[in-house]
Write a protein that binds this ligand. Structure first.
Ligand code: ZN
Ligand code: FE
Ligand code: FE
Ligand code: ZN
Length: 267
């Protein structure tokens, strides 16, 4: 029994996930999740990379979510997107936001310029740019995205740590301005448990980040970033424990882009 909503679920439309939304919903029901939401990688206006739905597939995405709802009527199922923050892409985000009655939009930074830094085959660029410059560029983009006001939740806040790259010294010098941007943009952040299964072997964000976020009153969700049905709700007890240890007492839920608070369960 996992009494926590999982808002970060993918679908096969992104071409690197398996299982239909109805299959994720079945696992959620089996594990006792009270609510789930899909946030597949957002389409772009033109072909962009090989890990997202095409814009023509957006209706199919919504149909698959509707199918999951009809097969699992007792489970609230939200519809969202994981939207890439690309410099100069604000007009497209506005267009996407207006097309569908989304429950929430998750903002994500996966690109520094044209470099998809979290792609396992593109990590050699870390040594070209240098860890410190990569971190500086990442957090500038993260801050811009958070401050933009387009997003309800910022995904995997320190994704730049995925392969273990981190600069010397106290990293709160990066976290503090990022959290200020989140507060200014009025969005939540997520604990993303997928990091546990990546080379960094820790959830995103780091504990220091989460403590500062809790102190600043930043709302929190938990997401598995599931790319397969059996990953739904994965490691949520550990995530809830981490949130509690860092000072959180509440989580938030979204419906129609409106946020409500629920008590953080003790697991
Ligand atoms: Zn993905
Ligand atoms: Fe992501
Ligand atoms: Fe994701
Ligand atoms: Zn993600």
């Amino acid at each position: 029994m996992i009494p926590i909503a999982d808002y970060h679920l993918h679908t096969p439309l992104c071409m690197h996930a398996t299982g239909r939304p109805a299959d994720y919903a079945a696992v959620a029901v089996e594990r006792g999740l009270p609510e789930i939401g899909f946030s597949d990688h957002s389409p772009m206006p033109e072909v962009f990379d090989d890990w997202r739905m095409r814009i023509e597939e957006l209706p199919r995405y919504l149909d698959m979510i509707a199918e999951a709802r009809s097969l699992h009527p007792s489970l609230p199922i939200r519809q969202g997107l994981e939207v890439d923050w690309i410099e100069g892409g604000e007009g497209w985000i506005e267009s996407l936001a207006g097309r569908v009655s989304w429950d929430y939009l998750i903002g994500s930074v996966h690109y520094i310029g044209t470099w998809n830094f979290d792609h396992p085959e593109l990590t050699s660029h870390f040594s070209v740019l240098g860890t410190k410059a990569a971190w500086e560029a990442y957090w500038r983009l993260f801050g811009d995205a958070a401050r933009s006001g387009y997003f309800d939740i910022m995904a995997h806040p320190d994704l730049i740590r995925k392969f273990g790259h981190r600069p010397e010294g106290d990293l709160r010098r990066y976290y503090e301005p990022a959290i200020e941007a989140v507060v200014a943009g009025g969005c939540a952040i997520e604990i993303n448990t997928a990091g546990l299964h990546k080379p960094c072997a820790e959830m995103y964000p780091a504990e220091d980040f989460l403590r500062l976020a809790a102190e600043a009153g930043v709302p929190l969700t938990i997401g598995s970033d599931a790319h397969a049905p059996e990953e739904t709700g994965r490691d949520f007890a550990a995530a809830a424990a981490l949130a509690g240890r860092c000072g959180y007492r509440q989580l938030v839920r979204f419906s129609g882009r409106r946020r409500t608070e629920v008590v953080l369960p003790a697991l």
